[in-house]
Ligand binder design. Sequence first.
Ligand code: NAD
Ligand code: LMR
Length: 324
Amino acid sequence: MNAPIRVAVTGAAGNIGYSLLWRLASGDCFGADQPVILQLLEITPAMDRLKGVIMELVDSAFPLVHDIIGSDDANVAFKDCDAIFLVGSRPRTADMSRGDLVRANGPIFTGQGNAIAAVAKKTVKVITVGNPCNTNALIAMANAKGVPARQFTAMTRLDQNRAHGQLSDKAGVPVAQVDNVVIWGNHGPTMYPDVSWATVKGEAVRGNFDEAWLNGEFQDTVADRGKAIIVARGASSAASAASSAVDHMRDWWQGSNGRIVSMAVPSEGWYGVPKGLVFSFPCRCEGGDYEVITDLQLDAAAKAKVQENIDALLAEKEAVADLL
Ligand code: NAD
Ligand code: LMR
């Protein structure tokens, strides 16, 4: 057994938290031989609800859970953390876009960025889930002076998983036989699920699927899935979001075994994306680190979509310039 690591989850009494915490506690994310100390952050009015969640975690008797700390103070919740899931923030309603949340949720990430810099390990791995997640990650990163920018990421793995699900459904094969869809850009309506390197049962998707479907219904379904779930469920996706957050952090922590995974990470200028924008790129993970795959040849459609996403993220950045 390894020494326990400290894992923080914000918004721990919310819907995503209610799925996520059980997966972190079971070993699904950090491994079956990796004990965890869960450090859970909520706002003060939700502390009673958090108490109830902690009671249930205790009652689940997970052997890998060495301690559970609940707090409404980020300086307590992030203390000495190895991994942080920034979930806490409000979800949109069906009449809103994710970007509409930026002024409501953005300010949460200034204080949390400060707290990460003050008390977390400098090697902490941060995944931002709260929407609009790319720009909230940017805000947290900008406010966490002294923590390397590449420790801050945002989640587009749910979009990749949705794309794999659509291809598996269309081909009538288990999703395990689908690989390497790349999500470019923002976790927003401009996101581009690119199948140029994707395979189903080891065969290229391009040439084996109807191009009109790939360029139309497939892309629209992936990009609009969050809203479709809000309309159908009356609430934002939660279990699938938690599961995808586990996938993202598990691969970052334990490696992606050569598979391409989509992660929104601060650009170093790759593919013409301005330095510092938190943008979804194709990555591979190994040895507790991620590497952006920087040498893929983009076709004209992909280049245009990358530019659309740059424009969307620059507009979000502009809207929160005072928080950076
Ligand atoms: P929820 O309303 O069920 O829970 C959010 C929780 O966050 C609440 O318990 C609330 O008290 C808490 N919270 C609010 N402000 C906080 C703060 N400053 N510090 C700590 N906790 C705080 O919402 P949810 O369904 O869990 O969704 C959370 C966020 O995740 C939303 O912004 C949603 O849009 C986003 N989301 C992102 C993705 C993605 O793919 N990136 C997918 C699904 C949901
Ligand atoms: C999703 O993609 O399901 C989440 O980002 C929630 C939303 O607002 O769409």
